[in-house]
Design a binder for this molecule. Structure first.
Ligand SMILES: [Zn+2]
Length: 184
């Protein structure tokens, strides 16, 4: 499903999108930017991730997991931040969690009725990595950083009793979204 259709399926229109927020810029998490060219819509990503991705593409140091065409420097409205904990909107905070990539951020969302959610992108591909403290071998570019990020996220989860949503865990996602379609 292409991005405009995926957004339409939620009852919204791609023209209503106010901002794009990236957890990291690997190709399987960063598609669809062609729809935002010349739109002025801010594209948020941690400064470390933007720099690393551009470097990895330009030097071919990590080519293949980052793609050159989405580093449009003129026609996309890139917005980077350097804060370790960045409240992008009220109740929505990005936590810098290096390890899988240098600039990966997990997103914490505090909802008034349903409580706190943490969307982990590829800090954890599946639930077992979080639950069993298992880093992901060669997929982690920086093992020590991953462990530090993991400790920070575990503490966040305990503090807010957060529901976790992992980067590639379809089972967890379906358990959460099958009984309930809207979270408030
Ligand atoms: Zn990734």
């Amino acid at each position: 499903m292409k991005l405009p259709n995926a957004i339409k399926a939620t009852g919204n229109d791609i023209k209503d999108v106010k901002a794009v927020v990236f957890g990291h810029l690997h190709l399987d998490h960063a598609g669809g930017l062609e729809h935002f060219i010349d739109s002025g819509v801010p594209i948020y990503v941690h400064e470390e991730e933007f720099k690393h991705g551009a470097w990895a593409v330009a030097t071919k140091a990590d080519y293949g997991v980052y793609l050159p065409h989405y580093f449009d420097l003129e026609r996309l409205n890139w917005k980077t931040f350097t804060d370790a904990h960045f409240e992008i909107y009220q109740g929505m905070t990005l936590h810098h969690s290096p390890g899988h990539t240098p600039g990966l951020c997990v997103m914490q969302i505090n909802l008034p009725k349903d409580g706190t959610f943490i969307v982990t992108t590829d800090q954890y591909h599946v639930a077992e990595m979080f639950e069993n403290d298992t880093p992901h071998g060669w997929l982690a570019r920086d093992h020590t950083a991953w462990i530090r990020s993991h400790e920070m996220i575990k503490q966040l989860q305990r503090m807010f009793k957060a529901t976790m949503i992992f980067g590639h865990d379809k089972e967890v996602f379906e358990q959460l979204t099958t009984p309930k379609k809207v979270f408030e």
